[in-house]
Design a protein around this ligand. Structure first.
Ligand SMILES: *Cc1c(COP(=O)(O)O)cnc(C)c1O
Length: 397
């Protein structure tokens, strides 16, 4: 846009539209909310001295997560990154392997791959879901890999592409069934990063339950929080047992001996944090309902502004709308930084999406397919205040 007055009016319009929903601020991007049994459960941990790595809330939290997600097993761990690390190890990812991962994700997704001694192989995303584009990926794999001894081999590096880690961006489900088809076709194991999508469903099935393993995060900015925490989901009972064992120092159960039968990890979720999680999970549906309502409010607020749209859930899915996103039309992309600068300057928290991982210093030399779409999205997507507290839903009881 070359008319300075029109540009200024556009930026002002965008900020006013955000404020008409979020209030004038200061307002956070995503704030936790403790309005249930949090105090009671945490107090019980302290009163009973069970604040650390064992206690009834850890078990209760795991069973509640199983019930809520429909996953056969849930293993609570210290955070979403450790959940990814262990899930990838259990998927057989190790030294010399490559793992397909969107370039458009939080850095933890790729870090966990490197913790296993493997290399991330960056793939492109699509506009509708902000997740991996299954058709583009299939065409890429057809042209650049060969099936040798039942393994998908990168013809350039000669390495085995062992796994794929789709991520459900800002809570919007990726086209996970199509991605599963690609995995099947190319003999690749799927581990889902559902850190952002607790409460999101793809054709009525909870995200994180499609792959061999899936992971959740309960960091302070996520839909529900345990302070810090995460979980591994799987329908495979044997993998669930191994996940529990590996994340709890690989200690062999015994009344008093310390026997560890492999190198394990201290990735346990303390009882104190699990207590918080139990209380948070009791209220998750109410949080998601308000986050979905918030989307409608923003949609109305942005309706009359040309040059921008608000991201809606992909067809056939139910999103938790973890972070609300506005997308600038291509001809408005040049206003992104001004919108970010101006809004944050007023205490109105807005954020760009992550820089593509393939452009970060530690990741710039890893293999990558063409990333045209992800690159374009980086310049046009802005997250706006998304706390459930911003939406009021009438009590229809
Ligand atoms: C939050 C997040 C994680 C990691 O979670 P932590 O609990 O902070 O370790 C991983 N992947 C994605 C996409 C996330 O948003």
């Amino acid at each position: 846009m070359n008319n300075q007055i029109e540009t200024e009016a556009f930026i002002q319009g965008v900020i006013s539209a955000i404020q008409s929903v979020s209030g004038i601020g200061p307002v956070a991007l995503h704030e936790p909310e403790f309005d249930g049994n949090e105090w009671e459960y945490v107090k019980e941990c302290i009163d009973s001295n069970f604040v650390s790595s064992v206690g009834k809330y850890v078990d209760k939290f795991e069973r509640s997560l199983e019930e809520y997600t429909g996953s056969k097993h849930a293993i609570a761990v210290s955070n979403g990154t450790s959940a990814l690390h262990i899930s990838l190890l259990l998927a057989g990812v190790g030294q010399g392997d490559e793992v397909l991962v969107p370039a458009l994700t939080f850095v933890a997704t790729a870090n966990a791959i490197v913790y296993c001694g493997a290399e991330p192989h960056f793939v492109d995303s699509e506009v509708d879901s902000l997740g991996i584009d299954p058709e583009k990926l299939r065409a890429y794999l057809q042209s650049s890999t060969s099936l040798i001894d039942g393994h998908c081999r990168n013809r350039i590096s000669g390495k085995v592409i062992r796994a794929m880690v789709p991520m459900h961006t800002f809570g919007h489900p990726s086209r996970i069934r199509e991605l599963l088809e690609v995995c099947k076709e190319f003999k690749i194991t799927m581990v889902e990063d559902a850190a952002e999508s607790l409460g999101s469903y793809y054709s009525n099935q909870h995200t994180g339950t499609f792959g061999l393993l899936g992971t959740l995060s309960f960091n302070g900015n996520k839909t529900i929080t345990t302070g810090g925490g995460g979980a591994i989901l799987t329908n495979n009972s044997d993998l669930a047992k191994q996940a529990k064992h590996l994340t709890t120092t690989a200690k062999v159960p015994h009344k008093w001996r310390y026997v560890h039968d492999e190198i394990g990890y201290n990735y346990r979720l303390p009882n104190l944090n699990a207590a918080l999680g139990c209380a948070q999970l009791e209220n998750i549906e109410f949080k998601v309902i308000r986050k979905r309502r918030l989307f409608e409010l923003y949609q109305e607020a942005f309706e009359s502004i040309r040059g921008i749209s608000i991201l809606r859930e992909p067809t056939g899915s139910r999103s938790n709308y973890w972070l609300q996103s506005i997308i600038l039309d291509p001809q408005m992309a040049s206003t992104r930084n001004q919108i970010l600068d101006r809004s944050n300057g007023m205490g109105l928290s807005t954020r760009p999406v992550w820089d593509l991982l393939s452009t970060l210093k530690p990741y710039k030399d890893f293999p990558s397919m063409d990333l045209t779409q992800a690159d374009d999205l980086v310049n046009r997507v802005i997250n706006i205040p998304s706390s459930p507290q911003l939406a009021v839903v009438k009590n229809e009881a």
